[in-house]
Design a binder for this molecule. Sequence first.
Ligand code: BDR
Ligand code: CA
Length: 326
Amino acid sequence: MEKIILDCDPGHDDAIAILLAAGNPKIDLLGITTVSGNHNVENTTRNALSVCTAYGIKVPVAKGSPGPLIIDQVLAVEIHGDTGLDGPVLPTASFELDKRHAVDFIIDTVMAHEPKTITLVPVGPYTNIALAVRKDPRIVERVKGVVAMGGSYTRGNITPAAEFNIYADPEAADVVFRADWDVTMVGLDLTHQALATPDLQDRVRAVGGPIAKFILDIWEFIATTHRGLLQIEYPAVHDACCVAAMIDPTVFTTEKTDIRVELAGRWTKGMTVCNFEKMGGRHHFGGTASEQIDFRHTVAIKLDHPKFCDLVVDALERLTRGKGDP
Ligand code: BDR
Ligand code: CA
């Protein structure tokens, strides 16, 4: 089983990531931590608790950072609506938050488990993860790795250059990509292949029941904002791609690269600049020795869409008939 902590800002696709993690027997979801991103942390936390309440997901939920490290808060209201999860109707949360701040939950959990057994899966801005690194740097060596939704090597979605999770807290992303741990960047290049196509929507509809309805309601809402603002034909299920890779690493191909976060560019702030190993190491980042390349990052390239759809439908079926059923 893969032990993960899902750090998220639900968020429509975040909610599907939660369901995929809770519904697949290969994932041991140790906890959900929340962060400000798609909406403020009050709303993203309430949404996480509501999703868990609605679908019987019994894991600790710890509330995290109310805003980015340095810059002013950027929310994605135009994509996710005024609640952060507009569209589907969710119940009021009926269980309590973990008493700890998300940063302490992450540190405590990582340090309490065997080395190299926990993967951090941030799918919102990386504020909590960066603060955890700063507060207790021992976690960098202790975790198995980080599989993070964010960034891109081709295009942005909030500016021409920057993807939202990085743009919303670029300094936090810089901490995460500079730390000496294994990071897999699951960026827009990959997640724009993870579309809720009519075929996937039909398969979810065929499962039936409240969870299928919830997912279809998510896609109905997000289809409008994605089509209008981002010109994507069908809803992109960004965040679930990271969980899918934890279940089955063959769900996408990867390449080795070296990633830097642009912190100063007038037009490019929040861009993830990728130097691919396959370019033969011809480029370097200039500057001091610490800027030199080592190709220790991994970047997701090509999604196996049928496999991804199978994982989503499988988790939905398991959750619908009760986890643990054969
Ligand atoms: C990312 O931004 C958010 O709106 C989504 O939840 C996803 O994590 C995509 O750019
Ligand atoms: Ca997210």
